[in-house]
Design a protein around this ligand. Structure first.
Ligand SMILES: C[S@@+](CC[C@H](N)C(=O)[O-])C[C@H]1O[C@@H](n2cnc3c(N)ncnc32)[C@H](O)[C@@H]1O
Length: 218
């Protein structure tokens, strides 16, 4: 499997789900994110855009909310929803998680729900989150981790990855990847019991942390 096959499988699955109402989340990241007026927020794997629209309403006209996704179907649905609400402080970006098209130190808050498990290069995703966050900026991410190692045959199966389980990594690997990107203050806000997904057992967690550094000078 190469990156193109992986992206095609994701585009196909989520293109088909864009007009459905089924729940695609695995935790309450947005509930814990507590965006503030004037902030710049980014949702990685924004799906139909509902969390981005909530963020846009919360940050108001002085702030900005970005959604990022690779699925044309999801991006189309999100843009139509934003237009219906007449929101002008919102923008949806087509990009893989590993290449966030925003400048260094430009974002106050990164959220993501049930998306990073799909990424081929998770270290690159977390490094990008660190890069775009301002010093003192924060993230709240809900995602799935694997209770057991994903069998090799599925780890390279694009459809199984698009179904939110075969790309999952073990909890210790997850936490060390986030810490390895330089993010600190890691806090697991909620965590589920193990449950069956695809051919393995997974669990969901919502993880928060910050990019250390002085956010203000005097
Ligand atoms: C399970 S859905 C979650 C959508 C939304 N966050 C929610 O909670 O409803 C995962 C989303 O991530 C997107 N996605 C998956 N892999 C991606 C990647 N490598 N780069 C960018 N977006 C990706 C999919 O297109 C899909 O919209």
């Amino acid at each position: 499997m190469n990156d193109t096959e992986r992206t095609q499988a994701i585009d196909q699955r989520y293109g088909e789900l864009a007009e459905s109402a089924c729940c695609l989340s695995c935790g309450g990241a947005i509930k814990y994110a507590l965006a503030r007026p004037g902030e710049v927020c980014l949702d990685l794997g924004s799906g139909r855009g509902q969390d981005v629209l909530r963020l846009a309403e919360t940050v108001g006209p002085e702030g900005r909310a970005y959604g990022l996704d690779v699925s044309d179907g999801m991006l189309d649905k999100s843009r139509r929803n934003a237009a219906k609400l007449g929101l002008t402080n919102v923008e949806f970006l087509k990009s893989p998680l590993e290449r966030i098209p925003l400048p260094d130190a430009s974002v106050d808050l990164v959220v993501s729900n049930c998306t990073i498990n799909h990424a081929a290069d998770k270290a690159a995703v977390w490094s990008e989150i660190h890069r775009v966050l301002k010093a003192g900026g924060r993230f709240v991410v809900s995602d799935i981790y694997a209770i057991e190692d994903v069998p090799e045959a599925y780890r390279t199966d694009p459809e199984a990855i698009a179904e939110c389980w075969a790309g999952a990594v073990r909890r210790d690997t997850y936490m060390s990847t986030v810490a390895g990107a330089g993010l600190t203050g890691l806090q697991v806000i909620e965590e589920s019991a193990p449950y069956d997904k695809g051919r393995i057992q997974v669990a969901s967690m919502t993880l928060a942390g910050i990019k250390a550094g002085n956010c203000c000078c005097c």
